[in-house]
Ligand binder design. Structure first.
Ligand code: 13P
Length: 247
């Protein structure tokens, strides 16, 4: 039985003060049927990690370096994230892939580094509008997933969370319909099942892209959607909690 994960990706938003207020408000929310996680900007991880100690809310990073340590200016090692209390690290977000030219291979190395430090990678995959309109959705998400499976093996998938985030739905208010999302989630699970039925059954596959308090219930009731990776709506405690409560 898969549990539901509702993770907030705060991206590069907020200030120290607003982050503190957001964490306090989320902690006060009453969410019983889902695991909550928040992924603040890296500079606030230490602070938020301290605030979440003893709570049921998990901490996640928005990225992780593919190297252990050394001369990698601006990067953050998985071991450092672990010290801040991170249980999760997002890898391969479409903004990283598109704006910072992260390749499938680099994403796979970041994934590996998170896992080797005991951090659960949240592997983001998803097609652009052009790719969807050309009928290439399955080819694209397959390629992105295969890069990790080929380098880390199918057993690594059992230790991660997959987030299907169609690029055209991110920050656009244009959410995938429950049927569109379910179709890709089911495709992904069937693909994994052809390699290892147990891994396919166990792995959580989240949906991300304009999920909010009004559309979450229907998306989350789809059989292969095991949670959400929420951007904009995770910046308002009431909306984020409402998404958690819709499970
Ligand atoms: P929005 O919820 O703002 O569309 O962002 C989704 C996302 O990119 C989460 O990682």
């Amino acid at each position: 039985m898969r549990t539901t994960l509702i993770a907030g990706n705060w991206k590069m938003n907020g200030s120290l003060q607003s982050v503190i207020e957001l964490v306090e408000a989320i902690k006060a929310g009453d969410v019983n049927n889902a695991q909550l996680a928040v992924c603040p900007p890296a500079i606030y991880l230490m602070k938020v990690g301290g605030m979440l100690e003893g709570s049921r809310i998990a901490l996640g990073a928005q990225n992780v370096c593919d190297q252990e340590s050394g001369a990698f200016t601006g990067e953050i090692a998985a071991s450092m994230l672990k010290e801040c209390g991170c249980q999760y690290a997002i890898v391969g977000h479409s903004e990283r892939r598109a704006l910072y030219q992260e390749t499938d291979e680099l994403v796979a190395r970041r994934f590996a580094m998170a896992l080797s430090s005991g951090i659960t990678p949240i592997l983001c995959i998803g097609e652009s509008l052009d790719e969807r309109e050309s009928g290439d959705t399955e080819v694209v998400v397959s390629r992105q997933l295969d890069a990790v499976i080929e380098s880390q093996g199918i057993s690594a998938i059992a230790q991660c969370v997959i987030a299907y985030e169609p690029v055209w739905a991110i920050g656009t208010g244009k959410v995938a319909t429950p049927e569109q999302a379910q179709a890709v989630h089911q495709y992904l699970r069937d693909k994994l099942a052809s390699l290892d039925a147990l891994v396919a059954e166990q792995v959580q596959i989240l949906y991300g892209g304009s999920m909010n308090a009004s559309n979450a219930g229907e998306l989350l009731s789809q059989p292969d959607i095991d949670g959400g990776l929420i951007g904009g709506a995770s910046l308002k405690a009431a909306d984020f909690i409402a998404i958690g409560q819709s499970v």
